[in-house]
Design a protein around this ligand. Structure first.
Ligand code: HEC
Ligand code: HEC
Ligand code: HEC
Ligand code: HEC
Ligand code: HEC
Length: 361
């Protein structure tokens, strides 16, 4: 063990020296040495030590800004996580919301909780910092301050699995055609910034917090049936796993109402402005473990969910709305108290429109 440690230190020193020699000792080098151990005797060169994601900002500004705006960066401060974990009094919740480096615990393994700088959430070090102090990347560059080294494992779905498979998102993906064609998590969630792969991958990693991404997951159609009434279909055409996936608190509801007279005049939600009360038709959701009375209705990739509206009130036509909620329960906007779905006539409480469809007989 000691020999390994010494070897690593020597390598680290060698890399650092090479870098120091390759630069004039100012500029970037100053930034990097500022992140060092701080205990160096004058004249000796110490390897850089990465202790915070803010250190990466100086040289990776764009990635840093994308990450800072992402749910990953917010995973410790996230209000909903705070409420549900009782301010992390439930220590199990710390593991993935303020994790140590994936490379420390092993790809695909359950990550371990971090003791320091928890506010940085799932940060640069979580995904990039190798146990030897180098960073995992797509280039080999021992002279760069952070000493990137090629680690292809970063691109694999297993890399995300340590945190993203507790509700089987990765397992679900393995059952889709995307698995066979090699379209993994990052191909959809971390696209290249431009047509040139050298421009790198977007670090926002959007999912359920980005309605425009949710819209690409599904289609909604409505059409009259020969036997009367209407057939509504929701299809998962774009999510490489179930819709919704992962977090159990997501819900997607289908609502309908008789087609309003001025069906083309839309309000700010994107539905008819003057339409009257909605009726709940269907909910797509994975229940919490204690909700044993609810069956999972997750919509798998490639699946189409047929729903029928067979109600005399629909005789003149229907307007149908598919909405997405990040938390499943409806709350009274005035008091915050939960309201049963049957009593709700406003589908847009805490929810956003995914798609709308209209159909006439
Ligand atoms: C195995 C890793 C892991 C553990 C442990 C974990 N989480 Fe999470 N959590 C995640 C991931 C991954 C997401 C993102 C999933 C998604 O967006 O669908 C998430 C998302 C959430 C969200 C949704 C946040 C939002 O803005 O919508 C809440 C709330 C949450 N977790 C609460 C908890 C609580 C409470 C605990 C402890 C009981 C916990 N988590 C433990 C991995 C974990
Ligand atoms: C003082 C400037 C500096 C700092 C600070 C810095 N880096 Fe780097 N980083 C570079 C340079 C220069 C390269 C080399 C780019 C190349 O060779 O194409 C690089 C490359 C990388 C790569 C590989 C890029 C690729 O295309 O695969 C990764 C990953 C990386 N850095 C992550 C980090 C992380 C994480 C941090 C913070 C812990 C960090 N860097 C801090 C300057 C820096
Ligand atoms: C949730 C994991 C995760 C987090 C957090 C993360 N990265 Fe990355 N990063 C990746 C993956 C995956 C790649 C793509 C690797 C590949 O294409 O082989 C990547 C690529 C990179 C690259 C190569 C160039 C590019 O843009 O693709 C750099 C540099 C980099 N990350 C730096 C950072 C820095 C700095 C931070 C923090 C501000 C950060 N990363 C946060 C997973 C992450
Ligand atoms: C160390 C644990 C960890 C790893 C590794 C990880 N994530 Fe996450 N991820 C989280 C947590 C925790 C959240 C929830 C953050 C929140 O909302 O509080 C999350 C949220 C997300 C979201 C949801 C964003 C949204 O809009 O709600 C996406 C998408 C995502 N991660 C993609 C990825 C991908 C792709 C990878 C692999 C390259 C990855 N993650 C690796 C922990 C992780
Ligand atoms: C073909 C593109 C595609 C692939 C491949 C893909 N996703 Fe997604 N993902 C989506 C779309 C679209 C959404 C938004 C709809 C939804 O939530 O299902 C999404 C949503 C998510 C969310 C957010 C869920 C939430 O509750 O906010 C997470 C987390 C996520 N994906 C993780 C992954 C992981 C991990 C992988 C790899 C195993 C992966 N995705 C592969 C397209 C993809």
């Amino acid at each position: 063990m000691l020999r390994v440690l010494i070897g690593v230190t020597v390598l680290a020193l060698a890399g650092w020296l090479a870098y120091a020699l390759a630069t004039d000792g100012s500029g970037a080098a100053a930034v990097a040495s500022g992140s060092g151990t701080g205990e160096s005797t004058p004249g000796t060169v110490v390897p850089s030590e990465w202790t915070s994601s803010t250190q990466c900002r100086a040289c990776h500004q764009q990635i840093f800004d994308e990450w800072l705006a992402s749910p990953h960066a917010n995973s410790w401060n996230n209000e909903d996580v705070r409420v549900q974990s009782k301010d992390f009094a439930n220590k199990d919740c710390i593991d993935c919301h303020a994790p140590r480096s994936v490379w420390e615990t092993g790809i695909g393994e359950r990550v371990l909780p971090r003791a320091a700088r928890r506010a940085e959430g799932v940060d640069c070090l979580t995904c990039h910092l190798l146990p030897d102090g180098r960073v995992a990347g797509t280039v080999e560059n021992p002279t760069a301050p952070c000493r990137p080294t090629v680690r292809r494992e970063l691109q694999r779905v297993d890399f995300c699995a340590g945190c993203h498979d507790q509700h089987k998102t990765v397992q679900q993906w393995k059952a889709t055609p995307f698995a066979e064609e090699g379209t993994g998590c990052i191909q959809c969630h971390m696209p290249y910034r431009t047509d040139d792969p050298a421009a790198g991958r977007v670090h926002t990693m959007p999912g359920g917090h980005y309605i425009e991404v949710v819209r690409t997951a599904v289609t909604l159609t409505a059409a009259p049936r020969a036997e009367g009434g209407f057939l509504v279909e929701v299809a998962n055409v774009g999510a490489g796993h179930s819709y919704p996936t992962d977090e159990r608190s997501r819900a997607s509801d289908v609502w309908w109402r008789p087609l309003p007279a001025a069906a083309d005049v839309l309000d700010t939600h994107g539905v008819a402005a003057d339409g009257g009360p909605w009726r709940h038709l269907h909910r797509i959701r994975d229940p919490y473990r204690d909700e044993t009375h609810i069956v999972s209705t997750l919509l798998m990739y490639g699946e189409t969910r047929p729903l029928v509206i067979d109600d005399p009130a629909a005789a003149g036509g229907v307007e149908v709305a598919l909405v997405y909620k990040r938390a499943p329960y409806y709350r009274d906007p005035a008091t915050g108290a939960p309201i049963a779905t049957e009593q709700v006539t406003d589908p847009f409480i805490d929810a956003e429109l995914v798609h709308r469809a209209v159909a006439r007989p």
